[in-house]
Design a protein around this ligand. Sequence first.
Ligand code: GP9
Ligand code: MN
Length: 632
Amino acid sequence: MLNKRLHMPLYLIAALLFGLKTYIVYRFVFNISLENPMQEFILFINAFVVSFFLFTLSVWFKERRQKKYIKYMILIGSLIIYFNIVFYRNFSDFITIPLLFQGSNAADLGSSVLNLIKPWDILLFLDVIIIWYLAIRKSDSLLINYRKRTKTMALALSIAFLVGNYILAEIERPQLLQRTFDREYLVKNIGLFNYHIYDAIMHSKSKAQRVLADGNELTDIADYMQENTTNNEKTDLYGIAKDKNVIFISLESLQTFVINNTVNGEEVTPFLNDLIGESYYFENFYHQTAQGKTSDSEFIVENSLYPSPRGAVYFTHAQNDYHSLPEIIGNEGYYSTVFHPNNKSFWNRDVMYENTGYDHFFDVDAYEVTEGNSVGWGLKDKDFFSQSMKYLETMQKPFYAKFITLTNHYPFELAEEDATIEKYDSNSKTLNSYFQTARYMDESIEEFFTYLKESGLYEDSIIVLMGDHYGISDFHKKAMSMYLDQEYTDYLHVQLQRVPFYIHIPGQEGEVISKIAGQVDVKPTLLHLLGIDDSNDLSFGTNLFADERKPYIALRDGSFISDEYVYTKDQCFNRETGELIDTTTGTADEESTCQLYIEQVEEELSYSDQIIFGDLFRFYNFKDENVIEEVE
Ligand code: GP9
Ligand code: MN
């Protein structure tokens, strides 16, 4: 009797051992980056919180079943961790459900799987061994039979811990589940098991929408796109860049307001300002991204579709059939690559790139990253470009190479020796530093141009530069309005969504183009310049050099910009003056204001969602005269 009281119940022993093991694995086996003590703390508690919940469920079972539940729960849990470890050793990534169905990944793993299993891995099952031993040998004294009230309390407590963990995670990373970031973020904040549950929910949700679609929806949508957004007109520039290399530079967080502007009397981006004179420069080019940030900008550019209203398409619909730029130009003999010194799984890029036809991704592992050459999010842009050259110089031609910069990213950190202009002085630390990192990026691009010229690649290439999304949110209204010396209105907010867009064709004189343009237009524009006649393509954008273009640029929240108007939050502004014309309550003359396009923009956005959520392009034959394939 006495003996019995002194023992800790089996489920608590299991919860502690398994929690401890999970924590050790998170901390020392997975290479999870921890940026502050709060993240350390969340990682620590989530291991125990989840473990406590899993094993506390056992108190609801009768003794025999309780023993069985605990034994198998610790075994299955340990196997899940172990499979992730084996996978992680090869791919530095966590298993996702779609990955389990990905033949190529499994095959890659298959050959090397024996190398990935180490003898000391047996230690990872120490908790299982202890629990099985106790369950078999000593179980009677360790099993419990609580009263209903105690059972309920135990369950309530374990759920409260889970909720507490989630709240802390949400404080640390707001909109954690909506902004499905890197898998590492999810594991770090809610733990491996909750991550798998989340992944399963996301997976079945998108599967269901996909299953319900039968392709008939696409008839109307394809008609709409062919009629309203696609234009196959060939201009003088058609094929001007035929068979040239395409170097696409994604300018992290760079907004148009810094171009040709100064801070403390100094130019912010002198190189980019000069480049305008030698490029087609679009001064009214808008980003159209949403929660998927950089990955959304990549998605829009490559597919000429809109991003998802929730989360990142790169995460939620990475398995869809697309008709992406890398794939199309790949069929024309282009070798396509991405250069970006971050984990390949960030934004699920590894999966999406593979699916959309990229031939190679130079991720963080392709670079030498040291403390000295990194800042903020990782490798400094200057080192990024210089280290990339060796790969670029030996690359099969013609190539399409996308460079995604990183230094000009929130919180806009920079080493003192890299800062060549003074900070701005306002109440926003963010805006104050932004100018310095923007200048640093400008210098890094200048250096990159020099390398390209030195290597001889420059002459045979066209260089496209684009800001991916805003860097300064409206949280910094006050400072922005001080800097711009302008009141921060909803109109100004939309106008600040302009990002620089350059098409630099060596040997061609440039032109500043004022017509409205957006990221959806990039794909058809590039295909036009490369002389690739993809008249069966379905896109929401139009070649920027065509005379007849769709009359508006839609933002993801339903705001839009037309030649004359800016529409946002039920208000219609004059695009040039910013003057409020009406609040769209239906009283205005329909023909002359924003009214004309409000519904069409909504329809267009929802068509895009239908394509993505229903994976509708699998029903479309892009080669064969737009035939909707027979649906079985
Ligand atoms: C991360 C980089 C920045 O790899 O592209 O991502 P963001 O936060 O801008 O989407
Ligand atoms: Mn970005």
